[in-house]
Design a protein around this ligand. Structure first.
Ligand code: AMP
Ligand code: ZN
Length: 114
């Protein structure tokens, strides 16, 4: 998708330091961190949001979850706990229309979310 900022990041990787990359996805630090550790895990394939996901995407989701787990281990947040977030649509607070998991940790998270 030409007008998607995350597709642009994937195409022009010198703009960003990837924490992890494989054939399916990438992980990188969020530009506006909301916690001491705040990374994003995204698929290389453009998927606009979780609204588009279904049974056909089981393998993709499993793979992305594996990348999230690796990010949690690499950053050390797996020891104390962490939070995965996938904002979806307007009311969900999604601002970038390319599927992404937020991986947040390094502080105690509040509940309920804002
Ligand atoms: P969401 O609001 O759930 O759609 O999350 C989008 C996230 O992408 C926000 O946390 C932004 O700070 C982050 N973001 C936007 N542009 C960039 C960028 N160029 N590099 C890293 N993170 C970004
Ligand atoms: Zn995209």
């Amino acid at each position: 998708m030409d007008d998607c900022i995350f597709c642009q990041l994937i195409k022009e990787p010198h703009h960003i330091n990837f924490l992890l990359e494989d054939e399916v996805g990438i992980a990188f630090n969020d530009i506006n961190p909301q916690a001491p550790t705040h990374c994003l895990v995204i698929p290389k394939r453009h998927v606009a949001s979780a609204k588009e996901l279904g049974e056909k995407d089981v393998a993709l989701l499993g793979h992305l979850m594996g990348l999230c787990q690796q990010v949690a281990s690499l950053t050390g947040i797996h020891k104390e706990g962490y939070r995965y977030v996938m904002n979806t649509g307007e009311n969900g607070g999604q601002t970038v229309n390319h599927l992404h998991f937020h991986v947040l940790g390094g502080r105690r998270m509040g509940w309920p979310p804002g």
